[in-house]
Write a protein that binds this ligand. Structure first.
Ligand SMILES: Cc1cc2nc3c(=O)[nH]c(=O)nc-3n(C[C@H](O)[C@H](O)[C@H](O)COP(=O)(O)OP(=O)(O)OC[C@H]3O[C@@H](n4cnc5c(N)ncnc54)[C@H](O)[C@@H]3O)c2cc1C
Length: 418
């Protein structure tokens, strides 16, 4: 039986937010998830596979979607952003803006609206490496399985080709933003992360050298639902990548960029080495690193990848990256600490292991005082009844985020926990 207490408001519907809501609701509380995007799942949904088992995140995600869908004590509000937060422990009031989706719940995800739509947009889910129509869905397994229309490119009533194409009366081009007011007993920020902007790390060539990409782009390139249908090819000419390099700590552990270690980048690069070695048996990978961080149970994963004769590790920071104008190959200058010299290397493609930066937009006024110097929520600074979960609090992998989200749900049950 659900509690008569006000619900727990969870801001952010990634794996941490969903887990907090599900664990709270399965313990007898009610939960409201307020998600900025039109779909749940967060960043994990963009991953090709999970380290260390290299399984797809989609099955775990689907289980969570089912737990959310079937639980009457969980309300999901998508396309919504927090505007203000007031009140105190036990009785908070959140005001949020719900942005129009322009497609209602009659949608069957049949894709007819997208087929009729004449306008394209850059697909942010694929990091701009492909296009969708203005009427689109994020992923074939997205939840809720309802399309949305991007108002920044849609021509509205002037075009309206999607309206007759939809056989279910689902298109509502006149929808307007709504203001919502939600009362909650406690508030959990599970707002996660965004990739650090690699263009800010000038010496690593992103945006200047065509075949320099980031680790999040690599996840989408390797994914069958990604821009290349899962073929690991380079952006400049679609050539199969046989010789790949990884630059670790691209931005992380650097006072000029992100002072923190992003906790997962070494493991992410190791799994991406595995993607390549599995795809092309004659490929080779070189990882430039400061030190490899694969603590605890992940040491075995590192040892397995390191034992592959097609993989080399060079201890040294990448100092500069240029493009060979004739071949579009990437020319990498890096220190070789063991060899004691600066050396030059040539690769088909370079992947920057860019770190995780905490999301800072749409958190509501006054939140800055609750954050640490890196922009993550600091539990010792948040008022009673306000908590954070997952990467909103610390750079972390999924399993650590899940444990933190479950612990956060326990805190919402009552009492003052830090
Ligand atoms: C390249 C790379 C590869 C990785 N691979 C793995 C892996 O293989 N295995 C593993 O365990 N971990 C991996 N990780 C780490 C993993 O991505 C994180 O642990 C995970 O995303 C944490 O989930 P989260 O819910 O805390 O944050 P997120 O996934 O970022 O979800 C946050 C959610 O909050 C929403 N949101 C943000 N701001 C607001 C707002 N103001 N209002 C409302 N909603 C908001 C977002 O839209 C999003 O849906 C990888 C990380 C990187 C960088």
């Amino acid at each position: 039986m659900s509690s008569d207490k006000l619900p727990v408001a969870v801001i952010g519907g990634g794996i941490s937010g969903m887990t907090t809501a599900v664990e709270a609701a399965e313990t007898g509380l009610r939960a409201v998830i307020i998600e900025r995007e039109h779909w749940l799942g967060g960043r994990v949904f963009g991953m090709h596979r999970y380290f260390p088992k290299l399984c797809s995140p989609l099955c775990g995600m689907e289980i969570n979607f089912q737990r959310v869908r079937r639980n009457p004590d969980i309300t999901v509000i998508t396309g919504a952003e927090l505007v203000s937060l007031s009140g105190s422990d036990g009785d908070f009031t959140l005001k949020a803006t719900k942005n129009p989706r322009f497609i209602n719940a009659n949608c069957t995800a049949c894709d007819k609206c997208a087929q009729a739509c004449p306008v394209e947009r850059n697909d942010d889910f694929n990091l701009g490496m492909s296009k969708t129509k203005a009427a689109y869905i994020r992923h074939p397994m997205a939840f809720p399985a309802v399309y949305a229309i991007d108002p920044s490119v849609c021509e509205g009533e002037k075009c309206a080709k999607c309206v007759p194409a939809c056989g279910y009366g689902a298109i509502e081009l006149a929808q307007k933003p709504e203001t919502l007011e939600i009362r909650a007993s406690s508030v959990v920020y599970a707002t996660g992360w965004k990739p650090y902007d690699a263009a800010k790390i000038g010496n690593l060539g992103f945006g200047r050298v065509s075949n320099v990409i980031t680790n999040v782009m690599m996840e989408r390139i390797a994914s069958p639902s990604g821009p290349t249908g899962g073929r690991i090819v380079r952006p400049s000419d679609g050539k199969e990548v046989k010789n790949i390099a990884f630059a670790q700590c691209a931005g992380s552990r650097d006072e000029n960029h992100l002072a923190h270690c992003s906790a997962v980048c070494c493991l992410a690069s190791l799994k991406q080495v595995a993607y390549l070695r599995e795809a092309y048996k004659d490929s080779k990978a070189t990882v430039f690193y400061i030190d490899i961080r694969t603590p605890g149970k992940y040491e075995g994963f590192y040892a397995k990848i390191a034992a592959d004769p097609g993989v080399s590790f060079i201890k040294g920071k990448v100092a500069g990256v240029e493009e060979d104008p004739a071949t579009r190959d990437v020319i990498i200058t890096a220190e070789d600490v063991a060899g004691g010299a600066k050396k030059s290397y040539v690769a088909d493609m370079l992947v920057l292991a860019t770190g995780m930066e905490p999301n800072s937009a749409g958190l509501g006024a006054g939140v800055s005082g609750w954050l640490d110097s890196g922009g993550f929520f600091a539990p010792e600074k948040t008022p009673a009844g306000i908590y954070s979960a997952g990467v909103a609090k610390n750079p972390a992998d999924v399993s650590a985020s899940l444990m933190d989200a479950t612990a956060t749900a326990v805190k919402c049950l009552g009492g003052r926990w830090t």
